[in-house]
Design a protein around this ligand. Structure first.
Ligand code: SF4
Ligand code: MSK
Length: 628
């Protein structure tokens, strides 16, 4: 295997050698078996929606048995990807809302950000005067849960968007009603014999994606902040070098903070720390992975072990006592890899049971007790570690993380002239954009994709953007890549252009800002929406963009679609399975511009993609500068 063609992460290179030596198969081995992938699947024109199929579109069979053409088939497949992604983010949000409904003063889950709860309660017309904070929390949780299936009206959070944007959604008829309803509508409409019109399929995809971004993800982010604390700026480290030789190493992987928060608490329990010492370890070392990694690093400074493509390699170190997972982005392959070492692969969610794992169900009702049991299992496993099999690679990078929208406001307040400007606003950011010191701001988000070299596109694009005075904000595995490659440090300012470097010095920020996990793309909507409102513009007027250089999940398709529907141009480094329909490409990469003021652009060469983004931002500046 040519490791350089697999990943640019040098720790991963070390561990790929070890995996080979240990006889362990990883995704990179399997990737080689998939060198030529199915052309129908790549183009999205294979349909297996009904039992008469699969029907594949070719010159000889231009229609499926029911008569669906390539446009209908591609459109239905695309819509189902959006529905899948929206379901995942939103079910995460639903769980957090349920957790808030369980919160109590002496229970496992408490209200940590009362101010944020009160603001939200007022936004949602929940009475706050003279009420106990937990009564307010429970009512707000109930209101949120209604957003999933309320029978009337449209989503409440939509009114947070700038007014011109709300009008576009209303006029187009893409205001989401309730989250589950939008998902169900897509599943119904894409059933055999329903929607046979690609324009309509993309239209409903946008409405469902908006339910993801402006409703589900917003509930996920805000409720997590209220329950677990709004992230603040803190220092951490990233990459597999954060594992420790003589400690019980526990990897937290998945998405929902309700589990990881309990594991963090339990890992500090004096009884379990004492037990770890009894087992011969120096203590317990937690490290995060994927989006759970982002959640716990930005709230607790827990170090980040790595990203999506490093989950197997973490176990290959031979130094992990437990890999604890909940939902989403967890390789079923982990069970087999864990079998080759002493690692306990612990699944916890009835929504994501994996054959071959140790299943220890986590319930919010018995949260701490469950977390304690799971950590204890990990600690007791330390005695089974085989020192001969341990190899912890050396590399790790420092990173400053935790830039929630609130933390960004806090940093900006450092440069506010309080005699002239009110504190707590995005005005300094808007001023930097107006003056052109910052040419623009770009969200670089999303996964790693085995179609490319892991991390290459993320790092290349981020470096190019900051060099050209474009501020980068990042979430998900893009954020982990940035942290691993040192882009979230003050030292990274030397990679930035003069304007951005000056802003970073003034505001004391790195050129790449860590905004959190996948659901925290909603923080990007908050910042862009807030800046647009401040400037009395629409989001599509700003020199901003979204990029998913290495996207792979259905969630990423939903994110890209709501970002575009919010008026923010979106750039993809991997082609989605839509090229089987010329009409799909025409709409997604062209006509959406007239509908929602933004569109998709795809280029699989990261250098070229970065240059396209920079040129487009400069073009947008002309329009923007005319408006300000
Ligand atoms: Fe074939 Fe139509 Fe059934 Fe799809 S829905 S599998 S195109 S017959
Ligand atoms: S974990 S969705 S690989 S960002 Fe959110 Fe990473 Fe993508 Fe999963």
């Amino acid at each position: 295997m040519d490791k350089k063609m697999m990943t640019i992460d040098l720790n991963s290179h070390v561990l790929l050698d070890k995996a080979e030596k240990d006889g362990v198969e990883t995704m990179y081995d399997r990737k080689q078996g998939f060198k030529s992938q199915c052309g129908f699947g790549l183009q999205g024109n294979c349909c297996r929606i009904c039992g008469m199929g699969p029907c594949r579109i070719t010159p000889k069979t231009p229609r499926g048995i029911c008569g669906a053409d390539e446009h209908v088939i591609v459109g239905r497949n695309f819509a189902r990807m959006v529905a899948g992604g929206t379901a995942a983010h939103s079910d995460h949000a639903r769980d957090i809302a349920h957790t808030m409904a369980l919160s109590s003063r002496d229970g496992n889950y408490k209200i940590r950000d009362e101010e944020k709860l009160i603001i939200l309660a007022k936004e949602w017309d929940v009475e706050t005067e003279g009420r106990d904070i937990y009564d307010i929390a429970h009512e707000v949780a109930d209101v949120a849960l209604m957003e999933f299936g309320k029978p009337h009206g449209v989503a409440r959070f939509l009114k947070n968007a700038p007014e011109p944007r709300q009008k576009i959604w209303k006029d187009l008829g893409i205001e989401p009603r309730a989250i589950d309803r939008e998902i169900a509508t897509i599943m119904h409409s894409t059933h055999i014999g329903c929607t046979g019109d690609i324009d309509s399929l993309i239209h409903m995809s946008l409405r469902t994606a908006l339910a993801d971004g402006w409703v589900g993800s917003m509930i996920g982010t805000r409720f997590s902040d209220i329950l677990f604390g709004t992230p603040t700026v803190r220092e951490t480290e990233a990459n597999l070098g954060v594992l420790e030789d003589n400690k019980v190493n526990i990897i937290l992987h998945g998405h929902e903070p309700s589990l990881s928060e309990m594991i963090v608490l339990a890992s500090e329990d004096p009884e379990l720390v004492a037990l770890a010492k009894e087992m011969g370890a120096d203590g317990i070392n937690l490290a995060g992975m994927c989006c759970t990694g982002n959640e716990v690093t930005m709230r607790h400074g827990v170090k980040t072990a790595g990203d999506f493509h490093q989950q197997e390699l973490a176990i290959v170190t031979g130094a992990v006592e437990a890999m604890i997972v909940d939902v989403q982005c967890i390789f079923p392959a982990l069970a087999k890899v864990a079998d080759c070492y002493h690692t306990k692969f612990i699944t916890t969610s009835p929504k994501a049971k994996i054959a071959g794992s140790t299943y220890m169900e986590f319930s919010e009702e018995t949260a701490y007790a469950d977390g304690y049991k799971i950590v204890k299992e990990a600690v007791l496993n330390f005695k089974n570690r085989d020192k001969e099999k341990v190899l912890i690679p050396e590399l790790k990078s420092k990173a400053t993380v935790g830039y929630s929208a609130d933390a960004i406001l806090g940093q900006l307040d450092r440069v506010v002239n309080s005699h002239i400007d009110p504190a707590g606003t995005l005005k300094p950011l808007a001023d930097c954009l107006k003056s052109g010191v910052l040419r623009g701001a770009v969200g670089v988000v999303g996964c790693n994709n085995a179609k490319g070299v892991s991390n290459l596109a993320h790092v290349t694009i981020m470096k190019e953007l900051i060099k050209n005075d474009i501020l980068v904000v990042t979430t998900g595995c893009g954020a982990s890549a940035a942290a691993k490659f040192g882009l979230m440090t003050k030292e990274a300012r030397k990679l930035a252009g003069k304007g951005l470097a000056t802003v970073c010095d003034l505001v004391d920020i790195p050129p790449v800002l860590h905004l959190g996990s996948c659901v925290d793309c909603s923080r990007i909507l908050d910042v862009v929406g807030g800046t647009a409102k401040l400037l009395d513009m629409d989001m599509s007027d700003l020199p901003v963009a979204g990029v998913a250089p290495e996207w792979m999940s259905e969630k990423a398709v939903a994110i890209g679609s709501y970002v575009v529907a919010s008026g923010i141009d979106t750039y993809l480094g991997v082609m989605p399975p839509v090229t089987g329909s010329s009409r799909a490409v025409e709409i997604l990469c062209g006509e959406l511009q007239d509908m929602v003021g933004a569109k998709f652009t795809v280029n699989e060469n990261p250098q070229e993609l970065a240059q396209i983004i920079i040129q487009d931002i400069e073009k947008k500046r002309v329009h923007f500068e005319n408006l300000v």
